[in-house]
Every structure is written in structure tokens, then in C-alpha cells.
Design a binder for this molecule. Sequence first.
Ligand code: NAD
Length: 353
Amino acid sequence: MTLFDSPAFEAHEGVHAFFDEKTGLKSIIAVHSTARGPAAGGCRMWPYGSAEAALDDALKLSRAMSYKNAMADLDLGGGKSVIIGDSRSQKSPALFEAFGRAVETLGGRYWTAEDVGVSPADLASARTQTRFVAGLEGHAAASGDPSPVTAEGVFRGVRLCVRRRYGRELDGVVVAIQGVGHVGAYLAEKLHAAGAKLVITDVNEQALEAVAARTGAQIVAPGAIFDVDCDVFAPCALGGAINEDTLPRLKAKVVAGGANNQLASAEVDRVLFEKGVLYAPDYVINGGGIINVAGEIRALEAGEAFDPKWVEAKLDRLAQTLDEVLEHAAVEKRPTHEVATEIAKARIAAAQG
Ligand code: NAD
């Protein structure tokens, strides 16, 4: 299959591959759409088994960023970058400087930020080579780590879904969280503070123990999280958590979490709907982080300080948008992801004129 035939390609404006001989950087930057503004989306570092797997991930994540930015009501298009490598052993400032030079070649059509495996310190290295980097620390426009804001958006989304599906508040609700990294850990703390009972899993034992100590969460093995008797399943690890194998095992009537690309296929969206599971479309509920990043891009472009009030207003709007999506889906008796994608595409098409 060629790039253009790939189902994940879906009319990307540009797909760029970069190799730096000195540092070994292998990176793909995918720009799905710049209709609403410059493409913005994080950089993921992951030990992909093949270049095809990295490309497929970049394309899917990039398209999702177009939808996410549109649903978060931002003047930004969608893009994403991936670096092929192990973030625990193959990182260096020089690698991220080379990545920064790659971003710079796109001349501002793509703004990068943090994603899985990439930290603000890595971005600081990239920033020495290009100004199109957000999610930094230590300057007036900086927004810092977007994860707490992503988690706040997800928390509000979980609360909304629980109200809609169960007609109750979070106190006593059982939430199973898959992945307690940046987003999952903050989400666990917020849910715990709201009285929810937590069951958590992760492949990182240290992260698990730390979150369990702070929240009293019960720990289960990674493979067992899908069988937990819970009210809400919150995917906060990598993509594809809800698939043919896991779907029949899920007990929750709400799926709402921070991970990108949670559904393995469009078919999964329909089966969730038919099972009566309320699914919060991933790129809507997890838009808090990109809102935070957009606050930084906005401040950098205007030469102003970061404005948390602007972020808060967008976060409020995001919760309303999620409610609108869920309401449309309920009234029209259709899967939520399908409805969200229709709205996102319409917003992008409207910007294209
Ligand atoms: P992270 O790397 O800090 O956390 C991911 C966690 O998932 C890690 O602790 C990892 O060990 C764990 N994990 C990986 N595979 C697992 C498995 N099979 N079972 C259980 N746990 C597993 O990343 P993050 O920043 O918290 O992001 C989590 C997800 O949310 C990703 O899909 C990311 O794209 C998405 N997201 C993040 C942000 C953000 O602001 N950080 C914003 C939007 C979306």
C-alpha cells in the first residue's frame, strides 16, 4: 500500500520524513490541515517496530489534532510529529536540536509541543533551533506541562458523562484508569478528591505505587483492567485500548479518558453505542492540553504573557462542546464519535471557505 492509499492518510496537506546522520534522528512530521491556522500537535517519542508503524501513528494522531483543535475552538490546524526511538535510553539534547531544525524547515506551518516520551526539557533543546515550539517552562509566555490542564478537562468530561449516564455525582463512583503517567496521575488525584473509588494499572510499577499511595487506589495487572467491575473506564495510556478483544470484557457504561485514538476502529464506536456505553470522544474530552499550548502560542505571537483566564474560558467552552456532542448523539440515536467527527469536519470545512 502506498502512502496516498493508506486509510490514515485522509487528505493530509503534507507528510515530512527527517533523518539526521549525526544524532540518528528519525522523525516524521504530519500536517493534516492548516485551514483553521498553523498545524499544532505534540511530538511523541516511541520505539516503533517499523517506519510504517511510526507513519501510521503520525497520520492518525495528526488527523485527530485537526479534529481536536476544531472542537476546542482554536485557530489552529492539525499536525503531529513522531521520533522513532526509546525515550528512556536514546534521548539527547543534540537529538532534539536536530528535531528543532526539522520543525524549522516547515516555516511555521507546524508548531510542536509535548506528547508521550517528550518532556519540557527536550522541547527547550528543540527551541534553540526554532521558535515554533510550545509547552515550555521559564518564560512569560510559557504554559509549561499541559498534562494538568488535559487532566482537568478529562475530569470535567468524566463528571459530565457520569451525570448523563447515571444521573449522579462522582462520590462513590468506581473508575478504572489504564495508565497513570502524566495525565492519568493528575486525573486520579482529581477523581479521588471528588470521592470516586479508583482501580488503576500501569506497566510502570513506580508510577503505580506513587499514585496508589496518594489516592488509596487499588492496583491491578495491566491485562486485568478491562475486567474490573467499574462504572467508568478511563483509558489514559496509548491508543487502541478499546478493541475487539477488550470491548466484550468492559463492564463500565461510561468510557471517558485522556488517551488519544482510544477506539481501534469506527466499528468499535458503533458497538459501544449498541451496548449502551456512553463514550466521550477522545479528541474532544482531552482537548485541555492543546488549549493550554494554544494559550502559549497566542502569547508568543502577541509578545504577551500567558493568560490563564483565556485557558479557563476555553476549558469551559470545551465542556459545553462535549455536552453538545453527547446531546446530539442522544437525540439522533447515533454513536458519539461519529457525531463529533461530523461536527469537527464541518468546522474545518467552514474555515476552508
Ligand atoms: P505518559 O507517558 O506520561 O503516560 C502514559 C502511561 O501509560 C505511562 O505511565 C505508561 O507506563 C502507561 N502505559 C503504557 N502502556 C500501557 C499498558 N499497556 N497498560 C497500562 N499502562 C500503560 O503520557 P501522558 O502524557 O500521560 O499521555 C497519556 C495519553 O494521553 C496518551 O495517549 C497521550 O497521547 C494522551 N494525551 C496527553 C496529553 C497531555 O497533555 N500529556 C494531552 C492529550 C492527550
